[in-house]
Design a protein around this ligand. Sequence first.
Ligand code: COA
Ligand code: MG
Length: 286
Amino acid sequence: VHRSLLFVPGDSERKIAKAASFGADILIFDLEDSVAAKNKEAGRAVTREALTQDFGARKYVRVNGLDTGLTDGDLDAVMDNPPETIILPKCASLADIQLLSDKLTSRERERGLAIGTITVLPVATESAVALRNLMRSDWAHPRLTGLMWGAEDISADIGAFVNREDGEYTGVFKLARDVCFLAAREAGVLAIDTPFVNFKDEAACRAECEASYRAGFDGKVAIHPSQVAIINEAFTPNADQIDWAHRVIEALSGGESGVAVLDGQMLDMPHQRNAERILAAAGSSN
Ligand code: COA
Ligand code: MG
């Protein structure tokens, strides 16, 4: 399952020591923006050590972006116990994914790992060019397992001082979210929603997580441990949804016809597919 992805600063032994205790499906050890420039080397060493441990969660690593000159060193630091997935920040195009993929291929070859063992999940909306490339082209790639969108870095790139007004994302940010979501669906990979940064407001976080699940996202990033349980709950089908799904399957299973009526509503194939998705998610999270 990929409901909650908790960012853990990759240089923080204290946070890493606690990371297993929050119930996150995925831990993202971060070497990028949560690690200060002067701590980059130390962060690699701490993350390298973290990757030897069992957290009862999947392990991902966010490396520094391709234009920083740090990406190769980051990858080398984590290859002894490679994470399942590399998060690529500031990814601007399919070409960037291919560049990272080539770096992974040479390292997999050196270590006798099957090519493609390590997958890639880019942050796909961190600049104007990235967002426009995401609109223009299909980012499907053999290593790609998901797309994540970011609302903070693109603000700086385009010169926006806010990304929300009255709590709601403003135009470009709503667009980035929707385009990232559609691109993920086109590529057949996970669509991961950006973190809710005002982490002390748990009610607003919960409302956003529930809306994100309803909109179709597969999971959401957490930046604080308190968000993990909220995300897991929001992205796990509740009893009403499971009941609805069973009733849809039941209603559509009987007749000769592809349509049925449930609670006064017409049902057909799209409802069946959603019902199956709910039941699959319910099965795998229990
Ligand atoms: N992973 C693991 N443990 C974490 C954590 C995280 N992301 N965030 C906080 N904790 C721990 C803290 O160490 C603290 O435990 P302690 O009192 O034993 O030290 C406990 O959980 C409660 O934390 P709290 O005091 O409420 O938060 P904070 O003020 O220490 O930190 C943040 C707030 C936002 C700095 C912190 O949550 C954090 O580092 N988040 C991740 C940031 C990040 O990776 N950003 C990059 C992606 S956008
Ligand atoms: Mg960032």
